[in-house]
Design a protein around this ligand. Structure first.
Ligand code: BTN
Length: 247
């Protein structure tokens, strides 16, 4: 592994992303914050991330790249982690798929989510925080508030992986990719991302800002944007969420 990590663990926390952002100034690059339970786990688009099961992984990583933060879009960091998580799932016997931009599904059900955030001290950049939630083995049927089909690694593979083993593997894979990613951005993960990206040629409906856009997925741009064939022509979408497949 080409990087050392500073690992902090909490039994209970409000949110590992909140902790990372609140304490970022005193924490070194590649601090990894984990918790058994999060009381206020957060997902993308201000959603709650149910975080009651100590079997699942809740982790945030502080990243301070040597290059200016404006050079690499935040979404690309989240996409990097979607590849890292997918490769980790694969190493434990699952067949993951990436739902653009950075959800990781197994058998069409969400098994991991990634929340990338930029942290600033006034106008000074303090670092990137990437939070990752991996459903290892709780029972998603208990989580009635989850609006989309969800699953766990254990349910899909029949194998129970300890969350610490998952984290160790994931950090190894991430560390092996980090330098190339900082140099080349999305291009460094494109091949693997496309391997797990199963939406090409599919009709999707996508929420981007206040807009809902429907179209056929033509592919990905060099920056990892989704290229959609819509009724009004080709569109590159940088940020958004595929609501669900329309076919
Ligand atoms: C998503 O909406 O898919 C992203 C979910 C991200 C959840 C993780 S769990 C660890 C970290 N702490 C949080 O509060 N959120 C992220």
């Amino acid at each position: 592994m080409s990087s050392n990590f500073n690992i902090l663990h909490f039994e209970t926390i409000d949110s590992t992303n909140n902790y990372a952002i609140q304490n970022i100034k005193g924490l070194p690059h590649h601090t990894v914050i984990t918790a058994d339970v999060q009381l206020k786990g957060r997902g993308r688009f201000e959603r709650r991330w149910v975080s009651d099961s100590a079997k699942n992984l809740y982790v945030s990583i502080i990243i301070r790249p040597d290059i200016p933060y404006t050079q690499l879009p935040l979404v690309n960091f989240a996409q990097l982690f979607s590849v890292v998580v997918a490769e980790t799932f694969l190493s434990f016997g699952a067949s993951p798929v990436i739902k653009w931009p950075n959800d990781v599904l197994i058998n069409e059900k969400k098994c991991a989510g990634i929340l990338g955030e930029l942290s600033f001290d006034g106008s000074d950049f303090s670092g990137i925080v990437v939070g990752i939630g991996v459903n290892i083995a709780d029972d998603p049927s208990e989580r009635m508030e989850i609006k989309q089909p969800a699953t766990t690694l254990a349910l899909e593979t029949g194998v129970f992986v300890k969350k610490d083993d998952f984290l160790t593997k994931m950090l190894h894979i991430y560390a092996d990719r980090y330098e190339a990613f900082c140099k080349k951005g999305f291009a460094s993960i494109r091949e693997e991302y496309e391997k797990y990206f199963a939406s090409i040629g599919k009709d999707v409906s996508l929420v981007s800002g206040n807009e809902t856009v429907a179209g056929k997925v033509l592919g990905l741009s060099g920056a990892g944007e989704l290229i959609l064939q819509t009724a009004s022509g080709e569109k590159n979408i940088a940020i958004g969420e595929i609501v669900w497949k329309t076919s």
